[in-house]
Unconditional design. Structure first.
Length: 457
């Protein structure tokens, strides 16, 4: 765990944003961002005020196109005093614009852009006043609050699936506790799922959450530790997902275990076929050495379980798309209906067909004949690495530069080789080899792939 609150919440942004889009991206937009704690927002925002919308018009300032809003200022926390503020924001969706509405008081965090125009969006802590209890607790108690430590948090729980994301809702009444100076302190999340610990002594803290029945913390206790510096603050954003579990074994036609392959989860309702959460938890169904798998965090709904339901067959998974209990025809597949917190064991999948596999072998070397010890090789659909291209197989090299790529027999593609930065080569310019086009057919061939070395002058 990183030791600073700043790193804490930034790491959480990277890992969790895919699951919170429905909540944090207003109205299911495609904007990906998250705001930090109130003390950070106060420090880095140029203007903070409470206001009500007066007028709006489409406009453009500072190279941005969006909506220019005019607000009546009812309370100013930071910035030059004025009875009216003009704030620009985007239209919503991918530009992260905030959807202001008349008749609703807002707490607005904004900064100046070119021309002195103020700008805000959903990536700031701008929000309706009724949702700003944590912010107002901090702002209304300045300057005292700036001298105290603050551990803020929010607990949101799964509500429902959408076509792309998850909808979350506040989880009130959840107990959160920690230990300070040998004494256990506790509090409960409020109606908006928020909680707060104020003026804890500067130290490292571990927070414990009493998780409601049928739910689990999305990342376990990975984000429940923070370090508070003097006058510091930390944000503890937590999400609760359904504790639904589907488990079983994957067996071949002889009844033997099939180890180390992905098991996919697919919603029966095609409207959820692009749901990012389902795609993510689907990758968690990975068989161990005994062919056993478990998919956790499954929401209520009807599902198919199987192998290669999402990705095409490849060398590591040389099977046709196969649905539980062991059929390739979706109409014959057995649907699994999950209620909140259900556990379905013994969901065994029989793989009745398997494609032939050919291993592509090779060695990475430098032009002086020495072995590459930190290289990586892929077998791709195209000669040029592009985002949309398929990657059939990948392999790191061993200490002798050797690699082995499993491919479907007669599969055509390109071998790409790269190396990791090596301080021992700081005096050389390393040129990557050209991709090699091959067909994974019968016969044995060891590819010798060389990286050119030239003195760095």
């Amino acid at each position: 765990m990183k030791s600073t609150h700043d790193t804490h919440w930034k790491l959480w942004i990277i890992l969790l944003v895919a699951f919170l889009n429905g909540l944090l991206m207003n109205r299911g937009s495609a904007c990906q961002c998250f705001s930090g704690p109130p003390c950070e927002a106060y420090k880095y925002s140029g203007v903070i005020f409470i206001g009500e919308l007066l007028t709006q018009q489409n406009s453009g300032f500072g190279g941005r196109i969006g909506i220019l809003y005019s607000f009546k200022v009812t309370k100013l926390y930071k910035g030059k005093r004025s009875g009216e503020m003009k704030i620009m924001s985007g239209f919503g969706g991918g530009d992260c614009g905030y959807p202001f509405e008349k008749g609703i008081p807002y707490l607005i965090y904004a900064d100046s852009i070119q021309g002195g125009v103020l700008y805000t969006d959903i990536c700031t802590r701008t929000r309706q006043v009724r949702e700003a209890a944590l912010d107002l607790s901090y702002l209304d108690n300045l300057p005292k609050s700036a001298e105290q430590t603050h551990a803020w948090g929010s607990i949101m729980q799964f509500d429902s699936l959408t076509d792309y994301y998850i909808k979350f809702k506040p989880s009130p009444g959840v107990q959160i506790s920690t230990v300070a100076n040998g004494q256990r302190l506790k509090t409960f999340s409020d109606s908006l799922g928020n909680f707060e610990f104020v003026n804890l002594p500067p130290d490292s803290y571990k927070f414990s959450i009493t998780v409601p029945h049928n739910f689990m913390l999305e990342y376990g206790d990975a984000y429940t530790e923070v370090r508070l510096a003097p006058s510091g603050c930390a944000m503890i954003p937590l999400t609760l997902v359904p504790d639904g579990r589907i488990s079983g074994r994957v067996l071949d036609n002889d009844g033997k275990s099939v180890p180390l392959i992905d098991v996919d989860l697919m919603a029966v309702d095609s409207g959820y076929s692009n749901n990012s959460y389902l795609h993510t938890i689907g990758t968690r169904g990975y068989t161990n050495r005994d062919g056993r798998y478990t998919i956790r965090g499954v929401p209520p709904g009807k599902y198919y379980v199987g192998v290669n339901l999402i990705h095409e067959p490849r060398g590591r998974q040389p099977f046709p798309p196969t649905f539980y209990p062991g059929v390739t025809d979706r109409s014959q597949a057995r649907k699994i209906e999950m209620k909140l917190g259900d556990a379905r064991d013994s969901t065994d999948i029989l793989m009745q067909q398997q494609y032939a596999v050919k291993k592509i072998e090779g060695i990475l070397k430098y032009s002086d004949g020495s072995a590459v010890r930190g290289g990586y090789v892929t077998f791709d659909e195209t000669r040029t690495k592009v985002l949309a291209a398929k990657q059939y197989a990948e392999s790191a090299v061993d200490s002798t530069g050797h690699f082995s790529l499993p491919a479907l027999r007669n599969q055509k593609g390109w071998i790409h080789a790269t190396i990791n930065p090596d301080p021992a080569l700081k005096n050389f310019v390393v040129t990557n080899p050209e991709p090699i086009e091959i067909t994974a057919s019968e016969g044995t061939r060891v590819f010798i792939i060389k990286f050119a070395l030239k003195p760095n002058r």
